[in-house]
Design a protein around this ligand. Structure first.
Ligand code: SAM
Length: 283
């Protein structure tokens, strides 16, 4: 995959030279090029912004340098058509499935806005995607691009050594991943759940599924509404909700719809663990 990033702060993208993404680049699994938008300006001050039409605070990035930069970069490989991504808090939420979709492309260009953002006309002319990494406002698109490039790159074939770890990640099956443990077996008086040391792989898989369901139910119950749940899954969800209510006065819970309803009422939280849960995170 080829990735181009256009920014007025190329040094901000230097983390892409490090760790997993840096290693992927050095192994030619991804080719990442960073470009300084100011290279496509023609005035002595290398101006990329101007005041907003209609008044108001801040500055807006002018369309001409963006258009010139994108034309130039695209012309470097006429045989391919890139997918152009503009990070913006006003965009569509970035998710794991969005990352997977972008990982299918063979060329991505990220356009890092600054100030009040990029002139809407050049966004309309070029952007295939306008993506938000969350409901908060950053100072620029560089950090959002780092987030997206890392999430996409680790899905490229060969990048993550043990590809199975990707398969079990949070969101891969629509659930949050449960807690994980390593040696020592007891740390500061806290023991690793016995089941994980049992060698019974079927029981371990079941336990992990249940932990994932409990955690998702407590922290992101709306995710449960988007996936198929077996009867066994539903029983885990129901017991989690009952436990979160102290096993108490609420009517019996029959399914995910109830979980979501209760969650929407704001009455479910990281409450007490369902009985039988061995994880320290559940106690
Ligand atoms: C200060 S923000 C502009 C915010 C803009 N006035 C708005 O409210 O939508 C400057 C740049 O940071 C980037 N940015 C800020 N928050 C972001 C987010 N949550 N997701 C993606 N990009 C973001 C975008 O590139 C944006 O153009």
């Amino acid at each position: 995959m080829r990735i181009d990033v256009v920014t007025i702060f190329p040094d901000y993208l230097r983390p892409l030279e490090l760790a997993l993404v840096g290693r992927a680049a050095s192994r030619d699994l991804v080719d990442i090029q960073t470009h300084d938008l100011r290279a496509w300006t023609h005035d002595v001050h290398r101006t990329v912004d101007d005041s907003p039409y209609g008044g108001g605070p801040g500055m807006v990035m002018r369309p001409e340098p963006w258009d010139a930069a994108l034309r130039d970069i695209v012309a470097r490989d006429p045989s391919r058509r890139p997918r152009v991504v503009v990070p913006t808090p006003a965009g569509v939420p970035f998710t794991q499935s969005y990352a997977a979709e972008l990982a299918e492309q063979d060329w991505l260009i990220f356009c890092c806005g600054r100030y009040e953002g990029i002139d809407g006309r050049v966004v309309d002319a070029w952007a295939d995607d306008e993506i938000s990494i969350g409901d908060y406002v950053l100072a620029g698109g560089e950090v959002a691009t780092l987030v997206m490039v890392e999430a996409v790159t680790r899905l490229l074939p060969g990048v993550v050594g043990n590809a199975e770890s990707i398969i079990d990640d949070s969101f891969a099956h629509g659930l949050l991943e449960g807690p994980v443990y390593t040696r020592p077996p007891v740390w500061e008086g806290r023991a690793v759940p016995e089941i994980l040391r049992s060698g019974d792989h079927a029981a371990i898989a079941r336990w992990r599924r249940e932990e994932a369901l409990r955690r998702t139910c407590r922290r992101r119950p709306e995710l449960l509404d988007r996936i198929e749940l077996s009867d066994a899954d539903r029983a885990v969800v129901a017991s989690t909700i009952v436990a979160a209510h102290g096993g108490g006065d609420d009517p019996p819970v029959t399914g995910v719809e109830d979980a979501v309803t209760i969650a929407e009422r704001g009455t479910i939280g990281d409450g007490p663990a369902p009985s039988g849960c061995a994880s320290s995170h559940c106690s």
